[in-house]
Design a protein around this ligand. Structure first.
Ligand code: AP5
Ligand code: MG
Length: 205
C-alpha cells in the first residue's frame, strides 16, 4: 500500500502513522522526523533546514523531493509506505507522482480551534519519535522506550500561528488535488485516537 496522510499541523498524522505502519507493515516516511534527525546530527541538510523550520516555513521543495526520493530507495519501502507530512505543496505532489504511485490519500479533518491545544501540549520522544499530549502522559519519560520527552521548538505559540497559515496557503490545496485524482478519503480526526485509527482502517478494508 502506498498511502499519503494529509492534515494540518497537530491533526494527528504522526500519531496515526505510527499505529498504521505497525498494523499494516508499511515504511513510515515522515519528512518532519527526517529533518529533525538531520538537524540533531548537524548535517548540512539539517543546518540548512533549521531556519525554515524555526520560522514555521516550508523547506524548499527540491531539498525535500531529493530527500524523499533517496528514502524510497531503501529496502523497507518495497513492502509499501505511508507518507506523513509529504507532499506539502502541489509541486511536491507533482514531483512525487513522477517517481511513484499513490493508492490512497487520507485527510485527517480536525477543526482549526482544536489544533493549538494539541500542538502546545505535545511532547515528543527524541529516540522513537512517538508523540504524546501532556493531558494524557504525565512525567517526561517515553512509556515505549524510556527516552526523555521534549517539546519541539516549532511548537511555540508564535511559530504555530505561521505553520497554520502556511498550511492553509500551500498544503490545503492538496485536498482538491487528490480529490480530483479520485484518491481522497476524509476521516473525522476530532475523536479519540483509537477511533480515528479504526475509521482509517475501515477505509483500507
Ligand atoms: P512536521 O513535523 O511534518 O509537522 P506538521 O505537519 O506541522 O505536523 P505535526 O507533526 O505538527 O502534527 P501531526 O499531524 O503529526 O500531529 P501529532 O500526531 O504529532 O513538519 C515540521 C516542519 O518541517 C515544517 O513546519 C517544515 O518546516 C518542515 N517540513 C516537514 N515536511 C516538509 C515538507 N514536505 N516540505 C517542506 N517542509 C517540510 O499530534 C499532535 C498532538 O495531538 C499530540 O500531542 C498528540 O498526542 C495529540 N493527538 C493526536 N491525535 C489526537 C486525537 N485524536 N485526539 C486528541 N489528541 C490527539
Ligand atoms: Mg507529525
Amino acid at each position: 500500500m502506498k498511502m499519503v496522510l494529509l492534515g494540518p499541523p497537530g491533526a494527528g498524522k504522526g500519531t496515526q502513522a505510527e499505529r498504521l505502519c505497525e498494523r499494516y507493515e508499511m515504511a513510515h516516511i515522515s519528512t518532519g522526523d527526517m529533518l529533525r534527525a538531520e538537524r540533531r546530527e548537524k548535517t548540512p541538510l539539517g543546518l540548512a533546514a533549521q531556519s525554515y523550520i524555526d520560522k514555521g516555513e516550508l523547506v524548499p521543495d527540491q531539498v525535500i523531493i531529493d530527500m524523499v526520493a533517496a528514502r524510497l530507495q531503501k529496502d523497507d519501502c518495497q513492502k509499501g509506505f505511508l507518507l506523513d507530512g509529504f507532499p506539502r505543496t502541489v509541486a511536491q505532489a507533482d514531483a512525487f507522482g513522477a517517481i511513484a504511485d499513490v493508492d490512497i490519500a487520507i485527510n485527517i479533518d480536525v477543526p482549526f480551534d482544536r489544533l493549538i491545544d494539541r500542538i502546545s501540549g505535545r511532547r515528543m520522544c527524541p529516540d522513537c519519535g512517538a508523540a504524546y499530549h501532556v493531558s494524557v502522559q504525565k512525567g517526561d519519560k517515553c512509556p515505549k522506550c524510556g527516552g526523555k520527552l521534549y517539546q519541539r521548538d516549532d511548537d511555540k505559540a508564535e511559530t504555530v500561528e505561521n505553520r497554520l497559515k502556511v498550511y492553509q496557503e500551500q498544503t490545503q490545496p492538496l485536498i482538491d488535488y487528490y480529490e480530483q485524482k479520485g484518491l481522497l478519503k476524509t476521516v473525522n480526526g476530532d475523536q479519540p485516537i483509537e477511533r480515528v485509527l479504526e475509521s482509517i482502517a475501515a477505509l483500507l478494508g
